[in-house]
Ligand binder design. Structure first.
Ligand code: ADP
Ligand code: MG
Length: 370
């Protein structure tokens, strides 16, 4: 799977202002990514360059394998109407055209109008009964939904949304976010500019800018869980005395594993040379914590609650992501600091376990857990 967006050392210099400064990242198809950062940090500049509305002064931006700087005016116009859907904070609807006509205008610029299809796309955003309304006869939330229908009408490769909920009240913000959520679930690649951390947390990952520089790329919750699974696999390979390699980890999907590993390497969780993988100190610590929580949970479910596999395993799998360090210590102490899981695998010791193994090994009353 090739990245749909690839940004390499991207720079945009205005007279006296560096709006983007050596920014690099890649986005895979289907990802929902939040672009975050304070006002003036370069978010709009980045979106405009990716949308072919502005040109960089340095570096490259590739969308769907095409370098945007290589396109002439005519090709850029085609690019904007075929590959990109835009949603702006200020809606930018044509005031004297109805909702339906606003959507049809985008069809017209792309190829030819199709009223049925335009109406269908408005129905998809819940505006089937507003087709003939003018923008001034629609609420802010409804206008933004027309803009989303317009952005999607030509089935763009990427949807670029610059603070799309910035002008909406909370209720309409929720409606628009739900819409983005549905589009994401249907496989749409989305870049959404926001400075609301709550919105950022809904996405697959966050790209954070400050003064035009990329500060960090933060994985979303789902991606973190995938990282966790790979970290555990790698640690368990080590326990078995085998070195982890890409082929062994391909359970998550052979193509996806490469992207996950690349991202984990960026985050200093592992080193990778060819197909061989080793954990960094940071990666090892995280993997040990995970495996420890999982195996403690297995002990708890099987020994204390008499739940057998596969249910115990299933519960333990979920538990490893939600047990806090505090609860981890409580469970470990409650179980008498066990050294192995019910299947005989070692439980990595935690801060509550004494190094010489002189812990009492006496299970405590169950109320000590509560
Ligand atoms: P954001 O969207 O994160 O608020 P922008 O990308 O709009 O930030 O702007 C980044 C920086 O570039 C700001 O300092 C802004 O003043 C400057 N800038 C943006 N557009 C222009 C322009 N056309 N001419 C000069 N400076 C600009
Ligand atoms: Mg902006």
């Amino acid at each position: 799977m090739e990245p749909v967006i690839q940004v390499e050392h991207l720079t945009k210099q205005y007279a006296g202002v560096r709006a983007l400064d050596d920014v690099s990242f890649a986005i895979e198809p289907g990802q929902w990514v939040a672009i975050m950062g304070p006002s003036g940090s370069g978010k709009t500049t980045l979106i405009n360059i990716l949308g072919g509305l502005d040109t960089p002064t340095g570096g490259r931006a590739l969308v769907d394998g095409v370098e945007l700087a290589g396109l002439d005016e005519e090709a850029l116009t085609r690019y904007r109407s075929e590959k990109v859907g835009f949603v702006f904070q200020q809606f930018h609807l044509v005031p004297y055209l109805s909702a339906l006509e606003n959507v049809m205008l985008a069809q017209y610029f792309h190829s030819m109008t199709d009223e049925k299809q335009a109406a269908e796309s408005l129905r998809r955003v819940g505006l089937g009964d507003r087709l003939t309304h003018l923008p001034s006869q629609l609420s802010g939330g409804e206008q933004q939904r027309v803009a989303i229908a317009r952005a999607l009408i030509n089935q763009p490769k990427i949807l670029l949304a610059d603070e799309p909920t910035g002008n909406l009240d909370e209720k309409n913000q929720q409606i628009v976010l739900n819409l983005f959520h549905e589009l994401h679930a249907a496989g749409q690649t989305i870049l959404l500019v926001t400075h609301d951390p709550g919105i950022g947390r809904l996405t697959d990952r966050r790209i954070e800018l400050t003064h035009g520089r990329l500060v960090q790329v933060v994985p979303g919750a789902e991606e973190e869980v995938r990282f966790d699974h790979l970290l555990e696999e790698i640690l368990i390979c080590g326990e078995r005395g085998t070195e982890a390699c890409v082929e062994q980890l391909a359970g998550v999907g052979p193509l996806e594993v490469n992207h996950l590993l690349a991202h984990m390497s960026e985050l200093d969780l592992l080193h990778r040379t060819d197909s061989h993988i080793t954990l960094t100190d940071r990666g090892r610590k995280r993997a040990c914590d995970l495996v420890r929580r999982r195996r403690l949970a297995e002990r708890l479910f099987m020994d204390t609650f008499s739940i057998d596999d596969p249910e115990a395993d299933d519960h333990a799998c979920k538990f490893e992501h939600i047990i806090s360090p505090d609860l981890d210590e409580k469970i470990c102490t409650f179980l008498g600091h066990p050294r192995t899981c019910p299947h005989g695998h070692p439980i990595p010791p935690g801060p509550c376990c004494r190094p010489n193994g002189s812990s009492s090994n006496q299970p405590l009353p169950i109320k000590s857990l509560l």
